[in-house]
Design a protein around this ligand. Structure first.
Ligand SMILES: [Zn+2]
Length: 439
Protein backbone atom coordinates (compact mmCIF):
# COMPACT_ATOMS: atom_id res chain seq x y z
CA UNK A 1 0.00 0.00 0.00
CA UNK A 2 1.35 3.43 -0.82
CA UNK A 3 1.99 5.66 2.14
CA UNK A 4 -0.77 8.18 1.54
CA UNK A 5 0.77 11.17 3.23
CA UNK A 6 4.12 10.67 1.51
CA UNK A 7 2.35 10.19 -1.77
CA UNK A 8 0.27 13.31 -1.27
CA UNK A 9 3.29 15.39 -0.35
CA UNK A 10 5.14 14.34 -3.46
CA UNK A 11 2.07 14.86 -5.65
CA UNK A 12 1.66 18.33 -4.15
CA UNK A 13 5.34 19.15 -4.74
CA UNK A 14 4.96 18.19 -8.38
CA UNK A 15 1.69 20.04 -8.82
CA UNK A 16 3.34 23.16 -7.38
CA UNK A 17 5.89 22.98 -10.19
CA UNK A 18 3.41 23.08 -13.02
CA UNK A 19 4.46 26.51 -14.29
CA UNK A 20 8.10 25.65 -13.78
CA UNK A 21 7.66 22.51 -15.88
CA UNK A 22 6.12 24.47 -18.71
CA UNK A 23 8.79 27.20 -18.55
CA UNK A 24 11.61 24.66 -18.40
CA UNK A 25 10.23 22.74 -21.39
CA UNK A 26 9.90 26.00 -23.32
CA UNK A 27 13.44 27.09 -22.49
CA UNK A 28 14.83 23.77 -23.70
CA UNK A 29 12.86 23.91 -26.96
CA UNK A 30 14.12 27.45 -27.59
CA UNK A 31 17.69 26.19 -27.76
CA UNK A 32 17.77 24.91 -31.37
CA UNK A 33 19.86 21.75 -31.02
CA UNK A 34 19.35 20.60 -34.60
CA UNK A 35 21.21 17.47 -35.59
CA UNK A 36 22.75 17.16 -38.07
CA UNK A 37 24.93 19.16 -37.83
CA UNK A 38 24.70 19.43 -34.02
CA UNK A 39 23.85 23.03 -33.19
CA UNK A 40 23.93 24.66 -29.74
CA UNK A 41 24.95 21.52 -27.85
CA UNK A 42 27.14 23.45 -25.41
CA UNK A 43 24.38 25.98 -24.84
CA UNK A 44 21.80 23.39 -23.83
CA UNK A 45 24.26 21.43 -21.69
CA UNK A 46 25.27 24.60 -19.85
CA UNK A 47 21.61 25.52 -19.36
CA UNK A 48 20.84 22.14 -17.77
CA UNK A 49 24.09 22.34 -15.81
CA UNK A 50 23.14 25.70 -14.26
CA UNK A 51 19.69 24.42 -13.42
CA UNK A 52 20.85 21.21 -11.75
CA UNK A 53 23.79 22.81 -9.95
CA UNK A 54 21.24 25.03 -8.19
CA UNK A 55 19.36 21.89 -7.19
CA UNK A 56 22.37 20.34 -5.47
CA UNK A 57 23.78 18.25 -8.30
CA UNK A 58 27.44 17.87 -9.09
CA UNK A 59 27.77 18.20 -12.84
CA UNK A 60 30.18 17.17 -15.52
CA UNK A 61 30.38 18.49 -19.05
CA UNK A 62 31.79 15.85 -21.34
CA UNK A 63 32.79 16.43 -24.95
CA UNK A 64 32.83 13.29 -27.08
CA UNK A 65 35.97 14.21 -28.92
CA UNK A 66 36.72 12.37 -32.11
CA UNK A 67 33.26 10.83 -32.47
CA UNK A 68 31.39 11.11 -35.79
CA UNK A 69 30.51 14.74 -36.48
CA UNK A 70 32.62 16.16 -33.63
CA UNK A 71 34.55 19.26 -34.65
CA UNK A 72 35.48 22.58 -33.09
CA UNK A 73 32.55 24.08 -34.97
CA UNK A 74 30.12 21.35 -33.86
CA UNK A 75 31.49 19.82 -30.66
CA UNK A 76 29.50 16.88 -29.27
CA UNK A 77 28.76 18.04 -25.71
CA UNK A 78 27.04 15.98 -23.02
CA UNK A 79 26.04 16.75 -19.48
CA UNK A 80 25.96 14.28 -16.59
CA UNK A 81 24.64 15.40 -13.20
CA UNK A 82 24.49 13.48 -9.94
CA UNK A 83 22.80 14.17 -6.64
CA UNK A 84 23.59 12.01 -3.64
CA UNK A 85 20.86 11.17 -1.17
CA UNK A 86 21.31 10.70 2.55
CA UNK A 87 22.13 7.02 2.65
CA UNK A 88 23.52 4.10 0.74
CA UNK A 89 21.42 2.74 -2.06
CA UNK A 90 20.95 2.34 -5.75
CA UNK A 91 21.49 5.01 -8.38
CA UNK A 92 18.65 5.84 -10.71
CA UNK A 93 19.71 7.50 -13.93
CA UNK A 94 17.41 9.46 -16.24
CA UNK A 95 18.90 9.82 -19.70
CA UNK A 96 17.51 12.19 -22.32
CA UNK A 97 19.01 13.11 -25.64
CA UNK A 98 19.11 16.86 -26.21
CA UNK A 99 19.35 16.84 -30.00
CA UNK A 100 16.38 17.22 -32.34
CA UNK A 101 15.92 16.46 -36.02
CA UNK A 102 15.59 19.14 -38.66
CA UNK A 103 12.34 21.07 -38.71
CA UNK A 104 11.28 20.50 -42.31
CA UNK A 105 8.75 22.87 -43.78
CA UNK A 106 5.06 23.62 -43.30
CA UNK A 107 5.04 24.79 -39.69
CA UNK A 108 2.22 27.01 -38.50
CA UNK A 109 4.23 27.89 -35.37
CA UNK A 110 7.83 28.92 -34.95
CA UNK A 111 9.48 25.51 -34.41
CA UNK A 112 11.77 27.04 -31.78
CA UNK A 113 9.24 29.46 -30.33
CA UNK A 114 7.78 26.94 -27.84
CA UNK A 115 4.51 28.80 -27.87
CA UNK A 116 1.95 27.75 -25.27
CA UNK A 117 -1.49 27.88 -26.79
CA UNK A 118 -4.71 26.30 -25.55
CA UNK A 119 -2.82 24.12 -23.13
CA UNK A 120 -0.31 22.86 -25.67
CA UNK A 121 3.32 23.65 -26.29
CA UNK A 122 4.31 23.79 -29.94
CA UNK A 123 7.85 23.24 -31.10
CA UNK A 124 10.47 20.89 -32.45
CA UNK A 125 11.50 18.37 -29.80
CA UNK A 126 8.64 19.11 -27.42
CA UNK A 127 7.82 15.41 -27.27
CA UNK A 128 11.08 13.94 -28.52
CA UNK A 129 12.37 14.61 -26.04
CA UNK A 130 12.76 17.93 -24.30
CA UNK A 131 9.44 17.34 -22.54
CA UNK A 132 10.92 14.12 -21.13
CA UNK A 133 14.12 15.86 -20.05
CA UNK A 134 12.14 18.63 -18.34
CA UNK A 135 9.85 16.07 -16.68
CA UNK A 136 12.73 14.10 -15.24
CA UNK A 137 14.34 17.27 -13.86
CA UNK A 138 11.09 18.48 -12.29
CA UNK A 139 10.23 15.04 -10.89
CA UNK A 140 13.69 14.59 -9.39
CA UNK A 141 13.69 18.08 -7.89
CA UNK A 142 10.27 17.51 -6.32
CA UNK A 143 11.33 14.12 -5.03
CA UNK A 144 14.50 15.48 -3.41
CA UNK A 145 12.56 18.30 -1.78
CA UNK A 146 10.09 15.89 -0.16
CA UNK A 147 12.61 13.14 0.59
CA UNK A 148 15.98 14.90 1.00
CA UNK A 149 17.42 11.93 2.87
CA UNK A 150 16.50 9.33 0.25
CA UNK A 151 18.73 6.31 -0.10
CA UNK A 152 21.01 6.19 -3.11
CA UNK A 153 21.59 8.76 -5.79
CA UNK A 154 19.82 10.30 -8.75
CA UNK A 155 21.57 11.06 -12.00
CA UNK A 156 20.27 13.07 -14.92
CA UNK A 157 22.01 13.27 -18.26
CA UNK A 158 21.41 15.31 -21.40
CA UNK A 159 23.23 13.66 -24.25
CA UNK A 160 24.12 14.30 -27.86
CA UNK A 161 23.40 12.69 -31.19
CA UNK A 162 20.71 10.12 -30.39
CA UNK A 163 19.04 11.02 -33.65
CA UNK A 164 22.17 10.05 -35.56
CA UNK A 165 23.09 6.90 -33.64
CA UNK A 166 24.21 8.22 -30.26
CA UNK A 167 27.91 7.65 -30.88
CA UNK A 168 28.84 11.14 -29.62
CA UNK A 169 26.40 10.79 -26.72
CA UNK A 170 25.45 7.73 -24.71
CA UNK A 171 27.86 5.42 -26.56
CA UNK A 172 30.76 7.69 -25.68
CA UNK A 173 29.67 8.04 -22.05
CA UNK A 174 29.20 4.27 -21.77
CA UNK A 175 32.78 3.78 -23.01
CA UNK A 176 33.92 6.22 -20.32
CA UNK A 177 32.24 4.08 -17.66
CA UNK A 178 29.19 6.22 -16.93
CA UNK A 179 26.75 3.33 -17.41
CA UNK A 180 28.41 0.39 -15.70
CA UNK A 181 26.26 -1.70 -13.32
CA UNK A 182 28.66 -0.69 -10.53
CA UNK A 183 27.88 2.99 -10.98
CA UNK A 184 24.25 2.98 -12.11
CA UNK A 185 21.63 0.37 -11.20
CA UNK A 186 18.47 1.63 -12.93
CA UNK A 187 18.16 3.61 -16.15
CA UNK A 188 15.04 5.27 -17.46
CA UNK A 189 15.07 6.98 -20.83
CA UNK A 190 12.04 9.30 -20.99
CA UNK A 191 11.44 8.92 -24.72
CA UNK A 192 7.83 9.77 -25.66
CA UNK A 193 6.09 6.40 -25.38
CA UNK A 194 3.07 7.36 -23.34
CA UNK A 195 2.23 7.13 -19.70
CA UNK A 196 1.11 3.51 -19.44
CA UNK A 197 3.75 2.04 -21.73
CA UNK A 198 7.03 0.55 -20.62
CA UNK A 199 9.40 0.08 -23.52
CA UNK A 200 11.63 -2.91 -22.83
CA UNK A 201 13.96 -2.61 -25.79
CA UNK A 202 14.20 -2.65 -29.54
CA UNK A 203 14.72 -4.85 -32.60
CA UNK A 204 18.19 -5.40 -33.98
CA UNK A 205 19.63 -3.56 -36.93
CA UNK A 206 22.21 -4.33 -39.59
CA UNK A 207 23.25 -1.69 -42.10
CA UNK A 208 25.44 -2.72 -44.96
CA UNK A 209 26.46 -1.65 -48.42
CA UNK A 210 26.17 -4.18 -51.20
CA UNK A 211 28.16 -3.45 -54.32
CA UNK A 212 27.82 -5.31 -57.57
CA UNK A 213 30.70 -4.99 -59.96
CA UNK A 214 30.73 -4.81 -63.75
CA UNK A 215 33.08 -3.87 -66.54
CA UNK A 216 33.01 -0.49 -68.20
CA UNK A 217 32.43 -0.29 -71.98
CA UNK A 218 30.94 2.11 -74.48
CA UNK A 219 27.17 2.30 -74.17
CA UNK A 220 26.71 1.66 -77.87
CA UNK A 221 28.30 -1.77 -77.48
CA UNK A 222 27.15 -3.01 -74.07
CA UNK A 223 28.04 -6.59 -75.06
CA UNK A 224 31.69 -5.61 -74.65
CA UNK A 225 31.14 -4.70 -71.02
CA UNK A 226 29.24 -6.10 -68.09
CA UNK A 227 26.56 -4.01 -66.40
CA UNK A 228 26.74 -3.74 -62.62
CA UNK A 229 23.25 -2.23 -62.70
CA UNK A 230 21.77 -5.31 -64.36
CA UNK A 231 23.49 -7.46 -61.76
CA UNK A 232 21.97 -5.30 -59.05
CA UNK A 233 18.60 -5.68 -60.73
CA UNK A 234 18.95 -9.43 -60.40
CA UNK A 235 19.71 -9.01 -56.69
CA UNK A 236 16.59 -6.91 -56.18
CA UNK A 237 14.47 -9.39 -58.15
CA UNK A 238 15.67 -12.18 -55.89
CA UNK A 239 14.86 -10.08 -52.83
CA UNK A 240 11.35 -9.44 -54.14
CA UNK A 241 10.73 -13.08 -55.00
CA UNK A 242 12.18 -14.72 -51.91
CA UNK A 243 13.61 -12.51 -49.19
CA UNK A 244 10.82 -10.00 -48.61
CA UNK A 245 8.12 -12.72 -48.39
CA UNK A 246 10.33 -14.81 -46.07
CA UNK A 247 10.97 -11.84 -43.73
CA UNK A 248 7.28 -10.99 -43.61
CA UNK A 249 6.50 -14.51 -42.37
CA UNK A 250 9.01 -14.36 -39.51
CA UNK A 251 7.26 -13.44 -36.29
CA UNK A 252 8.50 -12.57 -32.85
CA UNK A 253 7.57 -12.84 -29.22
CA UNK A 254 8.77 -9.24 -28.82
CA UNK A 255 5.77 -6.94 -28.25
CA UNK A 256 6.87 -4.51 -30.95
CA UNK A 257 4.63 -1.54 -31.68
CA UNK A 258 3.20 -0.91 -34.17
CA UNK A 259 2.24 -4.59 -34.60
CA UNK A 260 3.20 -4.49 -38.30
CA UNK A 261 6.79 -4.31 -37.07
CA UNK A 262 6.50 -7.71 -35.34
CA UNK A 263 8.38 -9.27 -38.22
CA UNK A 264 11.75 -8.94 -39.81
CA UNK A 265 12.05 -6.07 -42.24
CA UNK A 266 14.43 -4.88 -44.92
CA UNK A 267 14.60 -1.41 -46.36
CA UNK A 268 16.70 -0.37 -49.32
CA UNK A 269 17.88 3.01 -48.09
CA UNK A 270 19.57 4.04 -51.30
CA UNK A 271 20.61 2.75 -54.67
CA UNK A 272 23.20 4.11 -56.97
CA UNK A 273 24.65 2.75 -60.18
CA UNK A 274 26.89 3.96 -62.94
CA UNK A 275 28.39 7.38 -63.27
CA UNK A 276 28.04 9.86 -60.40
CA UNK A 277 25.14 12.29 -60.27
CA UNK A 278 26.13 15.51 -62.07
CA UNK A 279 26.92 18.49 -59.89
CA UNK A 280 24.27 21.13 -59.38
CA UNK A 281 24.22 23.51 -62.31
CA UNK A 282 25.61 21.02 -64.84
CA UNK A 283 23.06 20.74 -67.61
CA UNK A 284 24.96 18.60 -70.11
CA UNK A 285 24.19 14.98 -71.04
CA UNK A 286 25.59 11.92 -69.29
CA UNK A 287 28.23 9.84 -71.08
CA UNK A 288 27.23 6.53 -72.68
CA UNK A 289 28.96 3.93 -70.52
CA UNK A 290 28.18 0.53 -69.11
CA UNK A 291 28.08 0.76 -65.32
CA UNK A 292 31.09 -0.77 -63.68
CA UNK A 293 29.65 -0.44 -60.16
CA UNK A 294 26.26 -0.32 -58.44
CA UNK A 295 25.80 0.21 -54.73
CA UNK A 296 22.90 -0.33 -52.42
CA UNK A 297 22.60 0.55 -48.73
CA UNK A 298 20.39 -1.87 -46.86
CA UNK A 299 18.73 -1.44 -43.47
CA UNK A 300 17.80 -4.82 -42.09
CA UNK A 301 15.80 -4.86 -38.82
CA UNK A 302 15.74 -8.19 -37.05
CA UNK A 303 14.18 -10.02 -34.16
CA UNK A 304 15.45 -11.38 -30.89
CA UNK A 305 14.81 -14.85 -32.31
CA UNK A 306 17.40 -14.22 -35.07
CA UNK A 307 21.15 -14.07 -34.66
CA UNK A 308 23.22 -11.31 -36.29
CA UNK A 309 25.32 -13.99 -37.97
CA UNK A 310 22.25 -15.67 -39.49
CA UNK A 311 20.90 -12.32 -40.67
CA UNK A 312 24.13 -11.55 -42.49
CA UNK A 313 24.49 -15.08 -43.82
CA UNK A 314 20.99 -14.99 -45.29
CA UNK A 315 22.02 -12.03 -47.45
CA UNK A 316 25.29 -13.71 -48.45
CA UNK A 317 23.36 -16.85 -49.43
CA UNK A 318 21.07 -14.75 -51.61
CA UNK A 319 24.04 -13.12 -53.33
CA UNK A 320 25.71 -16.50 -53.83
CA UNK A 321 22.55 -17.85 -55.44
CA UNK A 322 22.50 -14.92 -57.85
CA UNK A 323 26.18 -15.52 -58.53
CA UNK A 324 25.55 -19.15 -59.40
CA UNK A 325 23.01 -18.02 -62.00
CA UNK A 326 24.99 -15.16 -63.55
CA UNK A 327 28.45 -16.12 -64.83
CA UNK A 328 30.21 -12.78 -64.39
CA UNK A 329 28.49 -11.71 -61.19
CA UNK A 330 30.85 -10.27 -58.60
CA UNK A 331 29.89 -8.52 -55.40
CA UNK A 332 31.16 -7.11 -52.14
CA UNK A 333 29.35 -6.60 -48.83
CA UNK A 334 30.61 -3.89 -46.48
CA UNK A 335 29.19 -3.82 -42.98
CA UNK A 336 28.34 -0.29 -41.86
CA UNK A 337 27.04 -0.89 -38.37
CA UNK A 338 25.09 -3.45 -36.45
CA UNK A 339 23.23 -3.46 -33.15
CA UNK A 340 21.75 -6.66 -31.74
CA UNK A 341 18.16 -6.65 -30.46
CA UNK A 342 17.70 -6.03 -26.77
CA UNK A 343 14.83 -6.64 -24.41
CA UNK A 344 15.00 -6.00 -20.67
CA UNK A 345 13.40 -8.84 -18.68
CA UNK A 346 9.91 -8.08 -17.42
CA UNK A 347 10.93 -9.08 -13.90
CA UNK A 348 13.84 -6.60 -13.77
CA UNK A 349 13.67 -4.16 -10.86
CA UNK A 350 13.17 -1.06 -12.98
CA UNK A 351 10.35 -2.71 -14.92
CA UNK A 352 8.48 -4.07 -11.90
CA UNK A 353 8.87 -0.77 -10.01
CA UNK A 354 7.54 1.35 -12.83
CA UNK A 355 4.79 -1.18 -13.59
CA UNK A 356 3.57 -1.17 -10.02
CA UNK A 357 3.67 2.63 -9.92
CA UNK A 358 1.67 2.86 -13.16
CA UNK A 359 -1.00 0.65 -11.59
CA UNK A 360 -1.07 2.45 -8.26
CA UNK A 361 -0.87 6.02 -9.51
CA UNK A 362 -2.65 5.85 -12.83
CA UNK A 363 -4.90 2.92 -12.08
CA UNK A 364 -3.92 1.45 -15.44
CA UNK A 365 -2.52 -1.90 -16.46
CA UNK A 366 0.99 -1.28 -17.76
CA UNK A 367 1.54 -2.15 -21.39
CA UNK A 368 4.90 -3.66 -22.32
CA UNK A 369 6.23 -2.67 -25.71
CA UNK A 370 9.34 -2.93 -27.85
CA UNK A 371 10.46 -0.25 -30.27
CA UNK A 372 10.80 -1.06 -33.99
CA UNK A 373 13.89 1.14 -34.17
CA UNK A 374 16.82 1.48 -31.84
CA UNK A 375 17.47 4.23 -29.33
CA UNK A 376 20.17 4.88 -26.76
CA UNK A 377 19.34 1.78 -24.70
CA UNK A 378 21.47 -0.11 -27.22
CA UNK A 379 24.65 1.52 -25.92
CA UNK A 380 23.72 1.20 -22.24
CA UNK A 381 23.00 -2.48 -22.78
CA UNK A 382 25.91 -3.41 -25.02
CA UNK A 383 28.75 -1.08 -24.01
CA UNK A 384 27.70 -0.31 -20.45
CA UNK A 385 26.59 -3.92 -19.76
CA UNK A 386 23.72 -2.41 -17.76
CA UNK A 387 20.61 -4.40 -18.57
CA UNK A 388 18.16 -2.88 -16.09
CA UNK A 389 17.03 -0.18 -18.50
CA UNK A 390 13.76 0.93 -20.04
CA UNK A 391 12.30 3.78 -22.03
CA UNK A 392 9.40 5.41 -20.24
CA UNK A 393 8.37 8.97 -20.83
CA UNK A 394 5.62 11.46 -21.42
CA UNK A 395 4.00 12.07 -24.75
CA UNK A 396 3.80 9.93 -27.83
CA UNK A 397 5.28 10.19 -31.25
CA UNK A 398 1.79 11.18 -32.35
CA UNK A 399 1.55 14.00 -29.80
CA UNK A 400 1.50 13.62 -26.09
CA UNK A 401 1.42 14.93 -22.62
CA UNK A 402 3.52 16.22 -19.84
CA UNK A 403 3.32 14.39 -16.56
CA UNK A 404 1.81 16.35 -13.77
CA UNK A 405 1.98 14.04 -10.79
CA UNK A 406 4.24 11.40 -9.37
CA UNK A 407 4.05 8.30 -7.25
CA UNK A 408 5.82 7.82 -3.97
CA UNK A 409 5.18 4.26 -2.99
CA UNK A 410 7.89 3.85 -0.36
CA UNK A 411 8.46 0.28 -1.50
CA UNK A 412 9.56 1.56 -4.84
CA UNK A 413 12.13 3.86 -3.26
CA UNK A 414 13.67 6.31 -5.62
CA UNK A 415 12.93 4.25 -8.67
CA UNK A 416 9.60 5.99 -8.47
CA UNK A 417 11.12 9.44 -8.40
CA UNK A 418 8.53 10.98 -10.59
CA UNK A 419 8.55 8.07 -12.95
CA UNK A 420 4.91 7.45 -12.74
CA UNK A 421 2.61 10.13 -13.69
CA UNK A 422 -1.00 10.81 -13.15
CA UNK A 423 -2.61 12.37 -16.10
CA UNK A 424 -5.25 14.49 -14.49
CA UNK A 425 -6.01 16.91 -17.20
CA UNK A 426 -5.23 15.93 -20.76
CA UNK A 427 -5.44 19.47 -22.01
CA UNK A 428 -2.77 20.79 -19.70
CA UNK A 429 0.62 21.57 -21.16
CA UNK A 430 0.60 18.96 -23.84
CA UNK A 431 3.53 18.81 -26.22
CA UNK A 432 2.46 17.91 -29.70
CA UNK A 433 3.98 17.09 -33.01
CA UNK A 434 4.52 19.87 -35.49
CA UNK A 435 1.35 21.15 -37.04
CA UNK A 436 1.69 20.87 -40.77
CA UNK A 437 -0.33 23.21 -42.88
CA UNK A 438 -2.38 21.44 -45.51
CA UNK A 439 -2.08 23.12 -48.87
ZN1 LIG B 1 14.03 10.51 -29.06
Amino acid sequence: MPNTSRHDRLAAAIDARRDDLIALTQDLIRIPTVNPPGEAYLEICEYVQRRLAKSGYTTQLVRAEGTPGDSDRYPRWNLVARREGGGRGDTVHFNSHHDVVETGSGWTFDPFGAELKDGRIYGRGTCDMKGGLASSIIAAEAFAEVFPQFDGAIEISATADEETGGFGGVAYLAKQGFFTPERVQHVIIPEPLNKERICLGHRGVWWAEIETKGRIAHGSMPFLGDSAIRHMGAVIARMEDELFPALAKRTTAMPVVPPQARQSTLNINSLHGGQPEPEDGFDGFPAPVVAHSARMIIDRRYLIEESPEAVRQEMIDLLETVKSERPEFRYEVRDLWTIPPTMTAKDSPVVTAVASAISSVLGLAPEYVVSPGTYDQKHIDRIGRMHNCIAYGPGTAQGGLIPLRASADPKIHIVSAGLTYRWDNPTEAIPVRPVVRKN
